[in-house]
Every structure is written in C-alpha cells, then in structure tokens.
Design a protein around this ligand. Sequence first.
Ligand code: PD2
Ligand code: ZN
Length: 301
Amino acid sequence: MNAITHLAPEWHNWIRENLARGCAPQSLIEDMVRNRFDPVFARAAVNGVMTSNGPVAAPLEVQPKAASGYVYETPRLHAGNLIRTSDREVRVVMRVNRPLIAVLDGVLSEDECDELIRRSADKMRRSTTVDPISGKHEVIADRSSEGTFFALNADPFIARLDRRISEVMNWPVDHGEGLQILHYGIGGEYKPHFDYFPPEEPGSHVQMTIGGQRISTMVMYLNEVEAGGTTIFPEIGLEVVPKKGSAVYFEYTNSQNQLDRLTLHGGSPVTRGEKWIVTKWMRQRRYGEVTAAPAASAATG
Ligand code: PD2
Ligand code: ZN
C-alpha cells in the first residue's frame, strides 16, 4: 500500500489546530505516520504549516538560542550514525550541532561520481551567482568555477540520485532544486557566502517567489583533490576535505524563517589537481513545475 504524500484540507486543518493548541510538532508527525503518511512528507507538511502560519507552535524540543538569536530546532537530518535510504546506507562521520553540519560518507558510489563527471564534461559553463540587486544570475569573480545543471528527475539515473539525496536530507524530493555540478581547476575557489537568499538584498525576493527560502545544502564530492579545495566554514574554523562519494550537509533556515549566519561557507582555492562537486539545495516548499499528481488521497482524521 502506497504511503500518503498528499495533504487533504482536513489534515491541513488538523495540523494547524493542534499546533495552535500547543501540541508538539513531533507528536503530530508520529500520528500522521500511524495514519499511513510518508514520514518525510509528514515532517514537511507539519513544518510547512508552521512556516505558513508563523510561530504558533511550541518549539521542537528545548530550543538553544545562538548569539544571533537563531533558534536551533530538531535537525531535519536523522539522528544516529547510519542513515538508511531506499538504495544505500550512508555513514555519519562527524556532526556539529551549532550550526547544524554533518559530514557523510558513501552518499554516492565511485561509479556514480564518475558517471556524473562524464555526463557533465562537455556541457560546462562559467558559473554564475545571483546578483543581490536584480536577482539575476551573473558571472562574478568570487566564483571561479564552471558548472552545469541536471533538472530534477531528468532521467532514471538522476531521479535515483535525487530520491536518495532527498531521503538523506529528510525533505521531499520536489522541494529540491536540480542537481548542480561544479568544476574547479587550479586556483579555482568559491569565496565565503550564504546559500540562503539574504532578505535584505532586493534580488532575493525574485529568487524566493517559487519554493520560498533555501533551507539546507548538501555538497557531494565527486573526486579526490590533491591539495586545497576544502569546504570551509570560517565562523567556526571548520574545514572539510573532499573525499570521493562523501558529502557535507548543513541546515540554515528554521520553521520561524530565521537564518543561521554561522553557516557562512566557501570553497578554498584548489592548489593541486582539480575538484568536482555536485550540490543539492532544498527549498521550504515545492520548487518548480508540478510533475506528478499526488500518489494517494489522505485519510481523514
Ligand atoms: O566547492 C565547495 O566546497 C563549495 C563551497 C561553498 C560549494 C558551495 N558552497 C555550494 O555549492 O554552495
Ligand atoms: Zn555554498
């Protein structure tokens, strides 16, 4: 029997009313799963109602506050040392709790890394960044790399990766942007930046009209880099060394729309060899065109 991945209006009201009564979001998610909802969908649905209604609910557990005021909620990333997806087991190598960062091993197989590079090699273009004023994509010096995209579920190979990545990131596949491939040669770097769209920059509003704010990122490494090319988090002094098939995951937007400035990050210059990565960014809501009808209608409750 298919798990439910569609929110009927009565379920939407049920979530809203129970949040307003002060029920813990986690208990609502568990109730929904008992009523045959897909667990990833149930969490997204509860988070979605919390986000759209503002902070009506009791926070998700005891809420440590950063100096910036950012409230750390229960991570979307699963707890534990092993994350089981539909087709692969992913090992958690390291976690940081504030900001929420995890290094993950075995997200992609060696063959999948090679295949992504092979499919990208002849369609790479100089990378762009979102212009803070216009919201348009512009080539800028802060990002000396070339890149290309694969639309969500572009073909069975990409769809399988999109699905696994959404399971690791514990967020619905249709809330994700298409996979982005980046290649850096010697000297190539990505200066420190935020992956979320800073609200104070006018261009951010254009970017957020579809899907809302970005909430989490997973950067996956497709090759070993001889020297340099680490992913750096300067606010906390963390440096992640690329390893083929592994990834760094981080979260930066909570259910109250707060943004975690400690997730400032960049790619340090490659000093020997080259660097290939693939990045997935997740949005608050569904991103892009609707591609499939709901799999099942929700039960009432
Ligand atoms: O190449 C990286 O390590 C890197 C650094 C910062 C990638 C990204 N950001 C990104 O794709 O957002
Ligand atoms: Zn980034």
